[in-house]
Design a protein around this ligand. Sequence first.
Ligand SMILES: Cc1cc2nc3c(=O)[nH]c(=O)nc-3n(C[C@H](O)[C@H](O)[C@H](O)COP(=O)(O)OP(=O)(O)OC[C@H]3O[C@@H](n4cnc5c(N)ncnc54)[C@H](O)[C@@H]3O)c2cc1C
Length: 385
Amino acid sequence: MAAMAARSADTVVVVGLGVIGLSTALALARRGVRVVGVDRFGSGDARTSSTGLSRSIRVAYAIPEYARLATEALDRWAQLEARGTRPIMHLTGQVDLAAPATLAGLAGGLGAAGAAYEELGAADIRRRLPGIVVGDDATGIFHPRAGTVVADAGMAALASAAVAAGAELRAPEGVVAVEAAAGGVRVTTGAGTIAADRAVIAAGPWTGELVGPLGLDLPLAPALAQVTYFDVPELVGMPAIAEWGADDGGGVYGHPVPGVGYKLGFDAAGDDPWNPEAAPAPDPAEQERLEGWARERLPGLAGRALRSDRHPWTMTPDGDFTIGSLGPITIAAGCSGHAFKFGPALGELVADTSDGTPRPAAAMFALDRPALAGPAPAPSTPINR
Ligand SMILES: Cc1cc2nc3c(=O)[nH]c(=O)nc-3n(C[C@H](O)[C@H](O)[C@H](O)COP(=O)(O)OP(=O)(O)OC[C@H]3O[C@@H](n4cnc5c(N)ncnc54)[C@H](O)[C@@H]3O)c2cc1C
C-alpha cells in the first residue's frame, strides 16, 4: 500500500462520483476547498444510479422544499449548459394525470416555488398530449418548468466544471474505509490512504457498507428500476407525463429523449435482488407490462419499443434523501429514485452540510429523523414524491 499522503489544509475527500458526489465536488471546489473525488467504477458506469441518457425534471412536488430545490437546480443546470457545448435540458413541460387531491398537492408546491401551472380537463389533456387516451372525467395539470435532463451531458458538465474549479477526480479507485482520525479523516482506498479534514460519502446503493463501520445502520434499500425507450422521434417535442396511481397505485412516468423519442418507466422498482458487482440485465416481463400501459394510454408508442435499461436506486422508508454529518464525515445517499434532477442544487446543500452551514431544507433529510429509526422499506416500494 502507498505511503500515507501528507495532509494539506481544508481538504475534502468525496467518496462516490455519481450525480450527488460530482455535484458536491463541484460545489466544494468552487468554495476554494481542495477536493479529491474517488469513484470505484467511474462516474456514470452502468452499475451505478447516475447512468443512462435521460432523467425527468419538474418543479411540481407537493413538498415545497423539493419544489424550491428543483427551481434552484433548473437554474444551476442552465448555468452548466451555458458554459459547455451540449444541451443538458429539454424542457417541454409536463402533464400530470391524477385525482384532484394529488393535483392540489402538486399545485401547492408549484405555487410555493412561484412556478406557473394550468389545471386541465379531459379536452385540455388531449390537446397537450396528442394521442393520449383518457376518460372524459380525467383531471390533470400542465406545468412548463419540467421535462428532461440529458443525463449523460449533465454528468459530463458537472465533471468538467468540478475539474475546472480545481477538483481532482480519480477512477477507478475503490474506497475501503472512511474513518475519523485525529483532527480529520482517514480514507483508505485500493491505492493508498488519504488524510483530509473532512469526507463526504455519496456512494449511492453502496453507502451501507461504508457507513456500517461508523456505527450507522441506515434503513436503505437498493432496488432495480427499469426504463424503456421508444423509437418515436416525432414525439420529442411532446410534454413529459406522470400518471399518479397507474399500475395498481405505483404510477408511470415518461419524457421525451432527444435523438431517440420517448421514454417510459414505472415509479417502482422490481423485487429482484441488487447485485453490487454487476450491471443489471433488463426484465422482459416488466417491459411487456409497461408496453401494456402504453397500448392503453399512448397507443402511438405501441410496437415502437427500442430497448429497456435497468439500474439501481436506493429507497428510504419515507422517500426522502439521507443527508447529514457524523463529525467530519457527511453522508449523502438514499436517493429514493428521484434525486438526479436536483443534482447541482443538492451538491450545494451537501457542501453546506459538510461546512456546517445551517440549511432549513436539510431537516427533512436528517440522519436522526424518526423515519430512519425503523426498518428498511421493501425494494419495490413506489416513489411517493
Ligand atoms: C431507472 C432509473 C430512473 C430514474 N429516473 C429518475 C428521474 O426521472 N428523475 C430523477 O430526478 N431521478 C431519477 N432517478 C434517480 C437518480 O438517477 C438517482 O437518484 C441518482 O442518480 C443517485 O445518484 P447517487 O450519486 O446517489 O448514486 P450513484 O449514481 O450510484 O453514485 C454512487 C457512486 O459511488 C461509487 N461508489 C460506490 N461504492 C464506492 C466505494 N466503495 N468507493 C468509491 N466509489 C464508490 C459508485 O461507483 C457510483 O459512481 C432514476 C434512477 C433510476 C435507476
